[in-house]
Every structure is written in structure tokens, then in C-alpha cells.
Design a protein around this ligand. Sequence first.
Ligand code: TXA
Ligand code: MG
Length: 320
Amino acid sequence: MNELTTQVFASDRAGLSGAAKLLVNGGLVAFPTETVYGLGVDARNSDAVARLYQAKGRPSFNPLIVHVASLENAEKLVVFDDTARALAQAFWPGALTLVLPLRLDAKISPLVTAGLETLAVRVPDHPVAQGLMVAFDGPIAAPSANPSGEVSATKFAHVRDQMTGRIEGIVDGGDCGVGLESTIVATQPKPTLLRAGGLPVEALEAALGDELALAGETAAPSSPGQLASHYAPKGTVRLNAIDLEDGETLLGFGAVDAAVNLSPSSDLIEAAARLFDALHQLNALGAEKIAVSPIPDHGLGRAINDRLRRAAAPRSGAAT
Ligand code: TXA
Ligand code: MG
């Protein structure tokens, strides 16, 4: 692909209006959300979506999340059942993606859903994402703004380093607060967790008054992006490491002496926010064998461990 000129926009009104204009013209624009940076395109424009897949090097069977400014806008794209509406009212704007039946008149490009009859939607809780959606005034399809198979971007510098020359624009909105992708839930035929993420499962289960089923246990669609190498840093990964073996670099959690530490104070929220930056740092250090301290498997720890297990899995298949 030819090198593109990548414009950097400030997150003020003029910047957002320039970025929105690129989207209107079918351009690819990275922007911050509270979870990770997204790589946005007009979700109704198939040419633009095709260019997005190409820019990410993403396999085209992998569907995208559509970002909208409000529940009201989401209702124009998908059919909400009572459970989905209750979850949206409780957690939007926020790190929750709902997979729901696509409306026939939604005008979403079939490349966004990869031909599925469901659509993943969310309302991000970030002023810059909100500002961009208002300026653009339409649905924005946005996968995480990293090349396929690489670590998601949680800082402007990550996107700039990974995507310059591949996309038309980047809105510089600083760091992402949550640092993990959204939690993905389908409500039909029963509430099912498709991807653990930035909204803790416990919060969802408290709102539902019931446990979430796990993907694979029900007929709910699985998340095709949940492939093993999704979160791969360049080195191999060994989890639950108490001691360091020869040649290993420690990704620490808690009061340990580590090359990179997710949270010296064992704070899972801090660890989530730092996770992808830590993997970028380990790549920059040239770490070939990464050992990871044990991380408790509750709250955001569950999503962190999920990401790290994927990073630890043998490399094969596609990734987003
Ligand atoms: O926090 C996030 O969710 C970020 C920000 C940018 O919003 N986005 C993100 O997108 O993580 P991406 O493309 O990297 O991951 C989207 C996930 C994939 O695992 C994909 O398979 C799943 O959503 N997905 C999308 N549409 C789906 C559908 N109709 N049914 C099941 N899974 C779906
Ligand atoms: Mg991704």
C-alpha cells in the first residue's frame, strides 16, 4: 500500500471538525475512547471499511464494533430486548459492547458485520470520542487502532508509531483511562459474556441479578476476534511466574522487582490501564521471554488474565 499522509488533530472543536470531515470523505481516523484508541470509519461506507481492514491487515471475517453517541442512536441500528436496554441504561456511556440483532434498515455496511445478522454496538465514555461522534453525526465502526496481531493502543504515541502512513488521521486525546477493550455481551438467547473487558463481569452480574453464561455454553455467537494471538507481544509469555528463569524478563504485579510493573501496589485498575503500554514497553526492551507475576482472577484481573493467556498461547490464526 502507498504511504498515506497522516494528519494529527488536536481534540478541540476545530480538530474534531477536521477529523469528522475526513470520516465523511471515507477516511480512516484513529481517536481515543476510555478503553483503547479506536480506528474509525463511516460504518455505512463499504469502501472505507474495506480500506480499514487493509490498513489493519485484519482478516475480513472479523466483525467490527459500531460506536454511537447515545442509546437512542443505537436503537436505530439494532433491536433491543429488555435485558439489553437495562444494561445499556446502567452502563452507557461506558466499556460495554452489546451484540444485538441488526435492523434491516440500519444501512450498516455488511463488511462491518462480516455478514452476521447481529451487530456489536457501544456508546463510549470519552469526551473526545463523544465530540467526534457529534461532529460526524453518524455511526463509526472502529476496531482497536493497532495493526492486526499487535498490542492495542492506549496512548497517542502508540497509535502514531503503529499507524502513521497507513491512515488519514489521528485525534490526539492523550491516554485511555480504562486501558482494556470493552466487555462484550450478547443477550440472546440468554445473557452471555463474549469477551471479558474493561467493565467487570461482577458489575454486569449485579445489574442482571444473575450469572452471565460463557461463550460456547449457549447458542450466542462467539466473538470471532477471540483468537489466541490477539494480544501477542513479540516475546513468549509465561504466566503465574513466582521465580524468574534464565533469560526471562519479568512483567510484575505487586511488590516485586520487575523490568516493567503493572501495579507495584497490586491495584487491578492501575494494572488494566497499564497493560498494553507494558506490552509495548516489553517489545521496546526486546524481551524474548516474558514471565508474568500471578494476578488475582477477579474484577478487572479476570480481563487482564484473559488478555495475558491469549498472549501466552501458541501463535497462529488471525487477530484483531
Ligand atoms: O473497547 C473496545 O471495544 C475497542 C474500542 C475502540 O471501542 N474496540 C475493539 O474492537 O476492541 P476490536 O475490533 O479490536 O474487537 C471487536 C470484537 C472482536 O472480538 C469481534 O469479533 C467482536 O468484537 N464482534 C464484533 N461484532 C460481533 C458480532 N456481531 N458478534 C460477535 N462478536 C462480535
Ligand atoms: Mg483489537
